[in-house]
Design a protein around this ligand. Structure first.
Ligand code: ADP
Ligand code: ASP
Ligand code: MG
Length: 414
């Protein structure tokens, strides 16, 4: 029998009514001839509440204890979903990441899955169960300690399971009807995309579109796993299909706009202009496991320049002291930090070979009075760092200038 993996996010399991809805969707899939694996997130905003609880106790929670705490959210939702399935007359069994054998790197807070054991799930499936697996958690392949995969990581659990089990497809059920041209919570007339390529989806997710965890898209792309994003509140709607780029017709230069409010900007002023300085700065940050995103170096004046870069806000407490140390070492003047920034990006495989796309984006920002602090581009994206207060205004202006509200009507013919 073909295997189907279905993942349900926090809003889809926020209360008993929603949990029963999820149970019915899983049972319907089983009735349609699938062996079904369900991956669930913590109920509603449980994870946020657990984080708040930890913060009330300490500013610097121990990473092992923090992961153990956060993993409890999913441990509540899985038996509840299994019980709801039982109450509707079908067989189900819940499993934590530890019970299944979801192995990860030995790293807390943002571990990557390294291996998924399938024996136990297969055994449970073959005795007629719907298997309900806790998302977002695994165990260190070295120590056996509980790890978590980073916020939104249940999508990645689902995709890793789909690949390991050789599933026919992975359906990500959420609170919107698919992938839209931008966050529908910001732009009300954003268009739902019928399909989008893995490449574009990976960029959108990495650039802040919360709807899919970036690592889940990476796994789907690497293993060519068909993936649908759909609504648990309208399960009959087919949602958005995420697929390989060769199968797409690319008509529009821009497929989506993303907003990321999770980064901060660090600048080193008065940096001596000589070879090897950038290598010292970024290698030192990398050694401390701090990921740097955008980097801009100004042109040199009087033998000095400025190096500015962005990091995740949640690494800033580690990144700033290291940068200050490096600044001293290389003889730079000072380090400044700006946390009130946002990154707005456009993504589209159709922009390759079409000049003027970035210019159109910059003009839309200028016409709205939005100042650009940093710019970075790749083949299929353009990103600008702007003031945090301008984030939503910028998304609306860019969405409008590329007429993305019309995209649905043009592409829905397929
Ligand atoms: P879940 O709890 O189901 O994992 P998330 O909150 O992580 O759901 O992701 C769904 C949310 O992502 C939507 O409610 C929407 O506000 C947001 N979102 C951001 N960008 C997009 C986009 N381009 N398309 C659809 N949703 C988006
Ligand atoms: N519960 C986790 C979070 O809120 C994981 C997830 O929902 O995907 O981030
Ligand atoms: Mg999510």
């Amino acid at each position: 029998m073909p295997i189907l993996v279905q993942k349900f996010g926090g809003t889809s399991v926020r209360d008993a009514v929603c949990i029963r809805r999820v149970a019915k969707i899983a049972i319907d899939a089983q009735k349609n001839g699938y062996e079904v694996v369900v991956v669930v997130s913590a109920m509603g905003d449980t994870t946020d509440k657990l984080i708040e609880l930890a913060r009330e106790v300490t500013n610097k929670p121990d990473p092992r204890e923090y992961d153990l705490l956060l993993s409890t959210g999913e441990q509540i939702s899985i038996p509840l979903v299994a019980m709801a399935i039982h109450s509707l007359g079908a067989k189900a069994i819940s499993q934590t990441g530890l019970q299944v054998g979801i192995l990860t790197e030995d790293r807390h807070g943002k571990a990557r899955i390294t291996e998924v054991k399938t024996e136990k799930i297969k055994k449970c499936l073959s005795s007629g169960n719907i298997v309900v697996v806790a998302g977002f958690q695994g165990i260190s392949e070295i120590t056996g300690e509980i790890t978590t995969l980073g916020r939104g990581g249940s999508d990645t659990t689902a995709m890793a399971l789909a690949v390991a089990l050789g599933a026919e497809r992975c359906d990500i059920y959420t609170d919107v009807e698919g992938v839209f041209t931008t966050d529908p919570a910001i732009v009300r007339d954003a268009s739902k995309l019928k399909k989008i390529s893995y490449e574009e989806m990976l960029e959108l997710a990495s650039l802040g579109a919360q709807v899919l965890h970036p690592r889940s898209v990476e796994i789907a792309k690497n293993f060519n796993m068909p993936l649908r994003v759909r609504s648990s509140f309208k399960p009959q709607d087919e949602g958005t299909l995420v697929q390989g780029v060769d199968e797409m017709e690319l008509s529009n230069p821009v497929s989506g706009v993303a907003l990321d409010e999770s980064q901060a900007r660090i600048a080193i002023m008065g940096v001596p202009d000589k070879p090897g300085i950038a290598a010292i700065v970024f290698n030192s940050l990398a050694k401390k496991n701090i990921s740097v995103d955008m980097i801009v170096q100004s042109t040199s004046h009087d033998g000095v320049n400025e190096i500015a870069f962005t990091v995740d806000k949640d690494t800033i407490d580690d990144a700033v002291p290291i940068t200050q140390e490096i600044a001293k070492e290389i003889g730079a003047n000072k380090v400044t930090t700006e946390t009130s920034i946002a990154k707005v990006s456009i993504v589209g495989a159709g922009m390759i070979g079409r000049p003027g796309i970035a210019g159109t984006m910059f003009k839309a920002l200028a016409d709205s009075g939005v100042n650009i602090h940093m710019i970075s581009t790749s083949e299929i994206k353009v990103s600008c760092v702007i003031d945090a207060k301008d984030g939503e205004k910028a998304v609306k202006a860019i969405h409008k200038v590329f007429e993305l509200e019309k995209l649905a009507k043009e592409t829905q013919k397929v």
